[in-house]
Write a protein that binds this ligand. Sequence first.
Ligand code: FES
Length: 120
Amino acid sequence: MSHTDTPSTPPAPGYFSRHIFFCLNERPNGQPCCAQHAVQAAFERCKVQVKALGLSGPGQVRVNKAGCLDRCAAGPVAVVYPEGTWYTYVDESDIDEIVTSHLQNGKVVERLLVPPDVGH
Ligand code: FES
């Protein structure tokens, strides 16, 4: 769908009902960072799965790249809003579970949550 098409689903009050941001940042000098993991592949997988399930577009889900989200030690990280749910992940099956459980059905994937005390 182009930006000029009429959306089939009415936009949510925030335009998108959920937003997921993937940190793709690389820090210098070998410091812990998300780019030390397969973050680009995870981001692409999420976009593909969201689209395949018909979840993308106004009123639904938006998948975005992000710079450093300042939780580098927990990397790779992705955060879902409006809930503010922080995830880490290892492989495509983790991404698929975040998509189907949380982005599609609103159910947090407890096993992939970033511990609250892991930060920079
Ligand atoms: S490099 Fe990903 S949170 Fe900082």
